[in-house]
Ligand binder design. Sequence first.
Ligand code: URA
Length: 239
Amino acid sequence: MERLQKVIANSGYCSRRKAEELILEGKVFVNGSVIRELGTKVSHDDEIEVDGLSIKKDHNYEYYLLYKPRGVVTTTNDDKGRKTVVDLIDTTARIYPVGRLDYDTTGVLLLTNDGVFANGLMHPANEIDKVYIAKVEGILSGYDVKRLKSGIMIDGRKTAKCHVKVRSVDKKKNTCIVELVIHEGRNHQVKKMIEAVGKKVIKLKRERFGIFDLSGLKASEYRRLTAKEVHVVYSMIKK
Ligand code: URA
């Protein structure tokens, strides 16, 4: 038997202090009944629910941050036999990527076997920022930037407002480097946005996804997320 707040915290859902708050707020149910007492002990067989979500005890969840290189597909299995992002990670767990980066896109990619974590990060309501750096053929005008920022039609639907900044311009080569911060995750979104203003992305890198960036990693390298990072994500997606 273990204390309820400890079991919740150990599941990776939130910190022990936060678990205590949730119990006091009446958001924690054990076997269908609300529990408001902090000292309550639970056993392995008890069903625990927090805010309507079932807590997995002693789970085998794994969380990775991969610096995705170019030339790798973001799936668990490729029918053309190409290398996948999962092949780059040394684990026997059935992990999968959180969202998608194109074959030729590099940068931050999370992988996990925790569905609540993955779905929470991808759910549009949580508006997780993604920072992309695009090398563009052609030079974006001030007007292009304004259109991109305020939302532009792609696939018959306007994109949400976003941040766009031209970081540098190479007049000789007729290229520029653009930073875009978007929270949507539509298919080939950055490439399509740039195409919508008549230019072309020639290189694309995701520098940041929520709180995660590429610090300390080279292309193809990965690391495990810390328990603290997992807690932070849970606190961001449980609004
Ligand atoms: N937008 C794209 O066009 N491609 C990606 O891989 C990610 C965002």
